[in-house]
Design a protein around this ligand. Sequence first.
Ligand code: SF4
Length: 364
Amino acid sequence: MTLGVPRPDWPGRLLHWQRDHGRQGLPWQGIRDPYRVWLSEVMLQQTQVSTVLGYYARFLERFPDVRALAAAPADDVFGLWSGLGYYSRARHLHACAQRVVTDHGGEFPRTSTGLQALPGIGRSTAAAIAAFCFDERVPILDGNVKRVLARHIGFADDLARPAHERMLWQHAESRLPGQRRDMPRYTQALMDLGATLCLPRAPRCGDCPVAADCTARLEGRPTAYPVKTRTLRRQQRSDTLLWLEHQDRVFLVPRPPRGVWAGLWSLPEVGDATAAQALSAAWPGTGEWLPAVVHVLTHRDWTLQALRWRLPTRGSAATLSDVAQRWPEGRWLAADKALALGLPAPMRRWLTSAYSPSESESVP
Ligand code: SF4
C-alpha cells in the first residue's frame, strides 16, 4: 500500500480553514475548563451537536462543576441523560466525576495520559481534553477523524484490525502542528472537517482545505475509505412489558447493572404476551395492549410491546403484594417522579404521552 504524504502545510491549511469556515460559538468552544470540555466530548461521542446543546445546558445548570456531579444521586444523572442514549456514557460520567473528586481533589489531570486513566475516557477523548485545555501535542482519532485521515492518506488496510488502527494513530501524530498553542484550533479543525465536509456518504471535496493532496479525491473515490470489513450481524429480539398503574402511580423496576439500558428504570419485562396475559388474568382491573414499537439499538432491533393494566383503587391488596414479591426492587411512583428518572426512550415516550401529553412532542 502506497500512502499519500501530506504537503508540509497540512496543519496550516487546517488552522486557516477552521478560523474562516469552521464551527464557531458552540458553548464548549474557546474554554479551558476540563469539566465542561469533558462533558461536551462525552455527549458528542454518539450524538449530533444539535441534540447535545440542550442536554449540555441542562447538565451544567444542574451540575455546574465536577463536585456537584460526583455528589448527585445516580438516578438524577440518568434522569438528565434520558433520551441521549448509550447510557454507559452516563454511568461512566458519574463514576469519572467521583474518581476526580476522590483521587484528584476535584481537579482533572492535566495530561492525556492521566485523563485516560479515568473511567470512560478513551485515548481520543483524553487527547481532545488535553489539547483544548492544556495545549498538549497529542492527536485525536475519533470516527470522523479516522475517516478524514484514511481518505487523505489513502489508507486501504482494514481499520477493524488493531494493528492498522495503531498505524493510523502514528499518522495522526506525525501531522500535528509544531506549536502547542495551535493545538486547540487544530483539534477543532479536524473535528469540524469530519463533521461538515468529509461526510461519510457525500464528502464535499470542492470546499475542502486539504483536497489538493487528498489521495481518495485524487483517485476519484473518496467514499472507498476507510476500509472496515467487520460487519455487525443484527440481532432480533422481542419482549413484553407490563405497564402497571394503581392510584395515579406507575410501577417501575431498576434495570440490571449490565447490559442494555443498565442503570435505568423500566417497566417490568415479563417474557412474552402469553406470560403477560397469564399474570394479569389473576389480577383485578382492566388492560389494553399498546401497539408494538421497534427500538433500534447498535446491534439489535428490539420489538417491545406493553400491556397497560390499571388496578382498581380498592380490592388490589393481594395483587400489590404479588407484584412486590415478583419485583422486590420495584417502586410505585407518581408520574412526575417516574418521569424524572432515567428511562429507556420508548418507555419515556409512552409515559410522557400518557402523563404529560403536552411534552410528548419534544421527547427525542
Ligand atoms: S478532499 Fe474530500 S475526501 Fe479528501 S479529506 Fe477533503 S472532503 Fe475528505
